[in-house]
Each structure stands twice: as structure tokens, then as C-alpha cells.
Design a protein around this ligand. Structure first.
Ligand code: SDX
Length: 374
């Protein structure tokens, strides 16, 4: 392979962004200059969503207005409800999320308007409606009645309410909120780059987010949180963990929830999420998953010097909260819509068509033989 090729765009800087950065001096992911763990300690998810989309943390009045807008948009059309009811029960909810955003694009009166103001209005609709669509599928595929959203509930509380018909205690809600804050944005990851690439042809926000969801589904990206849970279920009990992970490494298997293209000595979001995983495990009186977690992590670091990424602690945390495993990546979606949207707006503001080159390694020039001579 030619020296010039940067497969996977590894180490290539393709544009500028003011949305987020991993700052080595504080060893942390920052959104608009604020450390993610600082935001987790001091804000609720809605404040961070506002920050990512608008560049500054909201004051009380701005937050109230933002929440009002979000709550106002917590409805989905009858046509979308009917479409969700017809979706095969075995469909992956990521495909449902993708289809739901696509249908919202068909219904939105401003789909083709890429002006900053119209984009922000569309963001609010996608941000508020996607959890409603996902929760509707959560219920219908189990043969249960759809639960309507409640305006008096926060974004996180409302998602629990729509899925389970009740809101858990405030510590569980806080852990969920923290996971949404940590998932909200991470610079030019593959789904965000997908969204920016789609946007670069001056396509619209519904299309860009639909593509981003398809990209996030893959197990090397967002889908890893589901794979972590499948791994933990295969391990079954802490006594099996040491043998299981060593065998996986002997077989040169990729261990989900570990490794990262950018972080080489640990994902800065993990310590915060690990702490909240511990809190949820304590409330649920569960020791098993934490024990498996710690053993697998220790062996991965000792044998491979590969550290966990954020998908490692979120997997078992969502499981303990009661979510079906295939809903873990859709939860990532309802948070990352904020980061994707900010990037789509940023791309529109200083657009350049994304169109890289490829080094051709196919056949030399040849002539076409007539069909009866081949
Ligand atoms: C997310 O980019 C983002 O910011 C993403 C994200 C976000 O917020 O948007 O942070 C969210 O996507 C987190 C990542 C979730 N994915 C996984 O957990 C899947 C498992 N991890 C990997 O497959 C891998 O680490 C990647 C895909 C995340 C990163 O891959 P790279 O940068 O392309 O590196 P690589 O696969 O080429 O690995 C380099 C070496 C290889 O060994 P050698 O061939 O050099 O001997 O490290 C090994 C790999 O085999 N390696 C692993 C491993 N991760 C890397 N070996 C075993 N298990 C792993 N998980």
C-alpha cells in the first residue's frame, strides 16, 4: 500500500471545530471548553444539550425556554405511530430510529431549508421526537400500549416513563442523565463525520442524522455497548471471567468496549461512568456485573495495555436500569443527536464538499468484448 494512504483517515485532520476537544492538559473531553465530568457534576442533560447546540451554558430563563420548546415537540404524528406499529417486532431499534428520523424528514415542512434558524427548529423536533418514537417501539414490540410523554418530566425522566410507565429514583435518573451527557459529543467520530459528509453536499439535517444513526449502529462504534452486555452474559459469573477473557485474547478476538482511535491510555469519560455504574449496582444490590467488569478490565490492561472506552460501563449500567440490550445504542442516539446537530450546523456555516481521493489498484485498461465473445 502506498505510503501516502491514510487508511481509516488515521491521524488526518480534515477540518476545524469549536464544539469539543479532548484537552491533554486536563486529561479530559471538553464541550465548548467545559470538562465533561464538571458538566456531569453540575448540570442536567438539557443544560449540556443547550451548551452543545448554542455554544454557551444557558441561564435560568434560557433553560426554561429550551425545555419548553423540547416539551412542546414531544409528540409524533399518527402516521409515524402507525408505521412503528407495523414494524416487525424483531427489527433492531437502531433501524427503527433511522426509519423514524427518515419519516420525520418526510413530514417536516422545513426539510429543505438549511438556514441556521430552520436547522435549529428542526433539531428541536428531531431531539424531542426521536425518544418518543423509540419508546413507542419499546412498548409495541412487547404487545404493550404506547405511553404518552408527560410535559412535567425532564428529558431523562420522560424516557423512563415512556418505556416503563414509571420513573425510577433520582439516583438512577441522575446516572442515566450522566450517561447522556458523556455520550452527547465526541468530535469527528465516525457517525459525526458521516453526518458532516452528508451535509457537505448541502443535503438536509434529517438525511444527515439518518446516516449518522446507521453509522453509530456498528459494533466498532456505538453498537459496542450492546456487545459488552452480550459478552458479560456469555461470561455469566465472576468466577468465569479470568479464563474467558484470557481465552478471548489467546484467540486474538476483539474485546468490545475496549480500545479507542483517539485515546491510547484511557477514555476520559470512563471514570465518571464507572462511578455511576457502581451507584446503580449498589441501588440494584448487584455485585456480579461489577466483579466481571473489573476482572476483564484488569486482564485487558495487564496483557494488552488496552483500556475501556465509554461503552464498557454504559452497557451493564443500562442493563441494571432494566433496558433491553438492543436499546443501549438507541439511548446513545437520543443523546448524540445534540452533537451531530451542532456539527451539521457548523458544517453548513463553512462548507466544503468532502471528497477525498483513492489510490486505484484495479485492472489495467481493457476493451469490452461483445456479449457472445465472453
Ligand atoms: C465509540 O471515535 C470516537 O470518538 C467514538 C466514540 C464516540 O464517543 O463517538 O468514543 C464511541 O465508538 C467507542 C469505541 C467502541 N468500539 C469498541 O469498543 C469496539 C472494540 N474496539 C476496537 O475494535 C478498536 O479499539 C476501535 C475500533 C475502537 C479503534 O480501532 P483503531 O484505532 O482502528 O485500532 P485497531 O483496531 O487497528 O487496533 C490497534 C491494535 C490492534 O492490534 P495489532 O494489530 O496492532 O496487534 O490494538 C488492538 C488491535 O487488534 N486492539 C484490540 C482492541 N482494540 C484495539 N484488541 C482487542 N480488543 C480490542 N478492543
Amino acid at each position: 500500500m502506498s505510503e501516502d494512504i491514510k487508511k481509516g483517515l488515521m491521524g488526518v485532520t480534515v477540518d476545524e471545530t469549536s464544539i469539543s476537544k479532548v484537552m491533554p492538559e486536563i486529561n479530559s473531553l471538553t464541550y465548548r471548553g467545559y470538562a465533561a465530568q464538571d458538566l456531569c457534576a453540575n448540570c442536567k442533560f438539557e443544560e449540556v444539550a443547550y451548551l452543545i447546540l448554542n455554544g454557551e451554558l444557558p441561564n435560568k430563563k434560557q433553560l426554561k425556554e429550551f425545555e419548553k420548546q423540547e416539551k412542546k415537540e414531544r409528540t409524533i404524528s399518527k402516521a409515524l405511530v402507525e408505521a412503528i406499529k407495523k414494524i416487525p417486532k424483531k427489527a433492531h431499534p437502531m433501524d427503527v430510529a433511522r426509519t423514524a428520523v427518515s419519516i420525520m424528514g418526510l413530514e417536516d415542512k422545513e426539510t429543505r431549508d438549511n438556514s441556521p434558524k430552520a436547522n435549529m427548529r428542526k433539531v428541536m423536533r428531531i431531539f424531542a421526537k426521536t425518544p418518543v418514537a423509540l419508546a413507542a417501539f419499546y412498548r409495541t414490540r412487547k404487545g404493550k400500549k404506547i405511553i404518552l410523554p408527560k410535559k412535567k418530566l425532564s428529558f431523562s425522566e420522560n424516557f423512563f416513563h415512556m418505556c416503563f410507565g414509571k420513573v425510577p429514583n433520582k439516583d438512577i435518573v441522575k446516572a442515566f442523565d450522566v450517561s447522556l451527557i458523556l455520550y452527547a459529543e465526541h468530535s469527528f467520530n465516525v457517525s459525526t463525520f458521516t453526518a458532516r459528509t452528508i451535509t457537505s453536499s448541502l443535503s438536509d439535517i434529517h438525511g444527515a442524522i439518518t446516516g449518522a444513526i446507521a453509522s453509530l449502529k456498528g459494533p466498532l462504534h456505538g453498537g459496542a455497548n450492546e456487545e459488552v452486555m452480550h459478552m458479560m452474559n456469555k461470561i455469566k459469573k465472576p468466577e468465569n471471567a479470568f479464563k474467558w477473557i484470557n481465552k478471548a485474547l489467546d484467540n486474538k478476538n476483539v474485546v468490545m468496549g475496549f480500545g479507542h482511535r483517539v485515546y491510547k491510555s484511557g477514555d476520559s469519560r470512563v471514570p465518571t461512568m464507572r462511578e455511576y455504574f457502581g451507584k446503580v449496582a449498589k441501588i440494584k444490590k448487584d455485585k456480579k456485573f461489577e466483579k466481571i467488569y473489573d476482572i476483564v478490565e484488569r486482564v485487558m490492561i495487564e496483557r494488552k495495555n488496552i483500556h475501556p472506552n465509554v461503552d464498557y460501563p454504559t452497557g451493564p449500567t443500562y442493563h441494571l436500569m432494566g433496558f433491553d440490550t438492543d436499546f443501549f445504542t438507541p439511548i446513545f442516539v437520543i443523546s448524540r443527536i445534540t452533537g451531530w446537530s451542532a456539527h451539521i450546523i457548523e458544517q453548513h456555516a463553512a462548507n466544503k464538499l468532502i471528497r477525498p481521493l483513492a489510490s486505484y489498484n484495479g485492472n489495467k485498461y481493457r476493451k469490452v468484448n461483445k456479449l457472445n465473445k465472453r
